[in-house]
Design a protein around this ligand. Structure first.
Ligand code: EPZ
Length: 430
C-alpha cells in the first residue's frame, strides 16, 4: 500500500496531456473477444484497471501484448475459456463486460457476481434481464451466474435505468445475435459511442450510441480492427478541478471538449475562467470559488465520477453548496475524510450540504476508493500544511502517473511506500 505525501498551497500552472479513457478502454478490451482475429487499441491508459482487464482476457485464453507504451495488440483466437477468475471479478466489477461477448460467441459464460463496493450494492440485474430477453438462459446458484444460449436472438429491450455497463454488455451480445435488437433508455455516455465505433469497424451494425435508443442488427461474424480510445473526461475534470482549487492556470491537451460540457459549466458556475481550444481546455482561477449546486446524473448530466472531486471544491467555496448524488446509493465516503480536514458537510440521504470554509488543513487521510481518493488529493493540494493520503493504490486504478502529472504542474507530491509501517485499524477520528 502506498501513500502520497502532499504539500498544500502550491498554485498549479502549466499543461498536462489527457490519457485514454479508463471507462472506454475496459469495454473495448472486452469487445475484442467477439472476433478471433487481431485487434489493435491505441491510447490505452497504463492504469491498474486496464492491467486487471488484461489479466481477465488472458485468463480466458487471449493473447495480449503492449506494442508500444499505449498500444495493445489483442487476439482471442478460436477458443476461449468462458469463466473469468473469481478473484479478478471481485477486484474489478467491469470484468462482467466479458459476459456479453462470450455468450454471443460461444453460447456460454459463467461469472461469480461481484459483491457491492465502496459505492454501494452493484447489481447486474439489468444485464441479466436484457440477456434473458435475447434468449439466454441464466441460472443463479448463489453468487455463481451461469449464462447459456444456443443462438441469441434480437429483442426489444427497455432498461429500467440507463446503466452504462448493461448498455455495453447488451450491445456486444447483440452484435452476433440473430436479428435486430433495440436497447431503449440506453446510457448515452461518450464511452458507449466509442464502443459502437470499434464494433462497427469490426463489421458489426450498431446505430444510435449517444442517444437513448441503440439499435443492433446481428451479423454472423466479426473481424479484427484498430481503434484509438477517446480521452478520459473524468481524468480531465480532475486536473481542471485541481487548477480551480489551487487558484492556478492549467491547460489539458488531447481533450474532446464536447464530452466535458456539464463539467465546464459547473467550473464556470464555481467562478473560474474556462476556455477551450479545438482539443484543449484551460481553467484559470483567481479568487475564491463560489458555492453552487452539483447534481450527479447519467450523461449528459454532471458525471458521478467527478462528484467527490467537486465536493472537495465546494468545501472551500463561498457560501453553501448542495451536492446531489443521484447515481450511486452511497458515494459520500470522501465526506468523513474531508470533515477531518476541517470541512463543514452535512449528509441528508443522497444530498451533501456543504458550508464553505476559508481553508482546509492538511492531515493524514485515507482514500476509500478511486474517485474519493482523487477528491482527497485535490483537498490536500489546496489545504494548508502537509497531508498524507493513505490507500493511494486506489488512485492507480484510474489515473496514469497522477503524481508525475501533478508534479509537472508545480505540485509537491511524494509517493511513499508504506514499507512495514502498520496503519492502526481504528483511526482516531477528530
Ligand atoms: C460505469 O459503471 C463506470 N465504470 C463507473 O465508473 C461510473 O460511475 C458508472 O458507469 C456511472 O457513470 C465503468 O465504465 C468501468 P451503471 P457501471 O451500470 O456500468 C445501478 C469509476 O470510478 N445498476 O451505469 O457499473 C447501479 O447500482 C467507475 O471510473 C443496477 O441497478 O454503472 C448504479 O446505482 C465507478 N442494475 C447505477 O445503476 C444493473 O444491472 C449506475 O450503474 C446495473 C446498474
Amino acid at each position: 500500500v502506498e501513500s502520497l505525501v502532499i504539500a498544500g498551497g502550491r498554485r498549479l500552472a502549466g499543461q498536462v496531456v489527457a490519457s485514454g479513457a479508463k471507462n472506454a478502454a475496459l469495454p473495448l478490451i472486452a469487445a475484442t473477444l467477439l472476433t478471433e482475429e487481431t485487434c489493435l487499441l491505441e491510447r490505452v491508459p497504463n492504469i491498474r484497471d486496464v492491467a486487471t482487464m488484461i489479466r481477465v482476457v488472458r485468463a480466458l485464453g487471449c493473447e495480449v501484448k503492449w506494442e508500444e507504451e499505449h498500444t495493445l495488440r489483442l487476439r482471442s483466437g478460436p477458443f476461449l475459456a468462458c469463466q473469468p477468475p473469481d478473484e479478478l471479478v471481485r477486484e474489478m466489477r467491469a470484468s462482467v463486460q466479458v459476459v456479453g461477448p462470450l455468450l454471443a460467441r460461444f453460447g456460454t459464460a459463467t461469472i461469480t457476481t461481484p459483491g457491492g463496493c465502496a459505492l454501494g450494492p452493484r447489481p447486474i440485474n439489468l444485464h441479466i434481464q436484457g440477456l434473458r430477453a435475447m434468449g439466454a438462459q441464466v441460472d443463479e446458484d448463489g453468487p455463481v451466474l451461469q449464462f447459456r444460449a444456443n443462438r441469441l436472438h434480437g429483442a426489444d429491450i427497455l432498461l429500467d435505468y440507463p446503466s452504462v455497463g448493461a448498455t455495453e454488455n447488451l450491445m456486444m451480445a447483440a452484435c452476433l445475435s440473430n436479428g435486430r435488437t433495440f436497447i431503449r433508455n440506453a446510457a448515452r455516455e461518450p464511452e458507449i459511442a466509442d464502443l459502437q465505433s470499434l464494433l462497427n469497424q469490426m463489421g458489426a451494425r450498431v446505430r444510435g450510441a449517444g442517444t437513448d435508443v441503440v439499435r443492433v442488427d446481428g451479423v454472423s461474424r466479426l473481424h479484427g480492427a484498430g481503434h484509438a480510445v477517446i480521452p478520459d473526461r473524468i481524468e480531465i475534470g480532475t486536473y481542471l478541478a485541481a487548477a480551480a482549487l489551487t487558484r492556478g492556470d492549467v491547460r489539458v491537451a488531447e481533450v474532446i471538449p464536447q464530452h466535458c460540457e456539464a463539467v465546464l459549466a459547473k467550473l464556470a458556475a464555481l467562478g473560474v475562467e474556462v476556455s477551450r481550444g479545438e482539443c484543449t481546455v484551460r481553467v484559470k482561477a483567481e479568487g475564491r470559488l463560489r458555492g453552487t449546486t452539483i447534481r450527479a446524473l447519467p450523461y449528459p448530466g454532471f458525471p458521478t465520477d467527478l462528484q467527490p472531486q467537486f465536493t472537495a471544491l465546494a468545501c472551500v467555496a463561498e457560501g453553501i453548496s448542495f451536492v446531489h448524488e443521484e447515481v450511486f446509493s452511497s458515494r459520500f465516503k470522501h465526506v468523513e475524510e474531508l470533515v477531518r480536514m476541517g470541512a463543514a458537510i452535512q449528509i441528508e440521504g443522497r444530498v451533501a450540504v456543504v458550508q464553505g470554509v476559508e481553508y482546509l488543513t492538511g492531515t493524514t487521510i485515507h482514500a476509500p476508493d478511486l474517485r474519493a481518493g482523487a477528491a482527497l488529493v485535490l483537498a490536500a493540494l489546496g489545504a494548508r500544511g502537509e497531508s498524507v493520503v493513505e490507500g493511494a493504490h486506489h488512485l492507480d486504478r484510474g489515473y496514469e502517473d497522477l503524481a508525475g502529472k501533478l508534479t509537472s504542474l508545480g505540485a509537491e507530491v511524494k509517493v511513499v511506500p508504506l514499507a512495514g509501517e502498520r496503519r492502526s485499524t481504528t483511526r482516531v477520528t477528530a
